[in-house]
Design a protein around this ligand. Structure first.
Ligand SMILES: [Zn+2]
Length: 191
């Protein structure tokens, strides 16, 4: 039996968060433990739930469905319910549900594993000296860098003005030879 039919059987072909039956898709719970089986790592979700997850809860009230689905025995669904409720708890009502939602220790650790991602977001971008780089800063290259795909070498000492930060704290973007490129922050010095 393939994964989708196994999940369909488990969920009775319903979205495992809101019980909708249309356009169901397999969704892999982020930051799943390596040891978890595919059936544990994946849950079946409808398009509305997926859309809400990808748009960071643009419709928090849709998640009132968790009032029921959080009582599932399926750990991956418990993890998603806990994470979603946590991310919208300032709405008030999710906080009440969170207080009722009991997770086994290993499931709780799995649910919390996701927050490390948020911390990475706020991790500062540092230059070679450990100085914090901000958008708009001017930096100098401290070594020659071959720019992949652009076919030139950005020379040591090149000044890059008005940099932008990226999602990755180890990378910035800037314009060199009028080409916008990604630079490794460890090879830069704040000017
Ligand atoms: Zn759904």
């Amino acid at each position: 039996m393939n994964l989708e039919s196994a999940l369909g059987e488990r969920s009775e072909s319903k979205c495992e968060l809101c019980s909708a039956t249309d356009t169901l898709q397999v969704y892999e719970v982020p930051q799943s433990p390596e040891s978890a089986s595919d059936q544990d790592k994946n849950i079946l979700l409808c398009a509305t739930c997926l859309d809400n997850i990808y748009t960071e809860n643009s419709d928090p009230n849709h998640w009132r469905c968790l009032n029921e689905s959080m009582w599932t025995p399926v750990p991956g669904v418990q993890v998603m319910a806990w994470r979603i409720l946590n991310s919208i708890k300032e709405q008030g009502w999710p906080q009440d549900l969170l207080e009722m939602l009991y997770l086994e220790d290993d499931v709780k650790a799995w649910a919390e594993a996701d927050s490390s991602e948020d911390e990475a977001d706020v991790e500062p971008t540092l230059d070679s000296n450990g100085a914090i780089l901000n958008a708009g800063d001017t930096v100098t290259l401290i070594k020659d860098l071959v720019v992949k795909g652009a076919n030139f070498t950005a020379k040591r000492g090149t000044v890059v003005k008005n940099i932008s930060l990226t999602d990755n704290p180890r990378h910035i973007e800037g314009r060199v030879n009028s080409t916008r490129i990604v630079l490794v922050s460890a090879f830069l010095k704040k000017a």
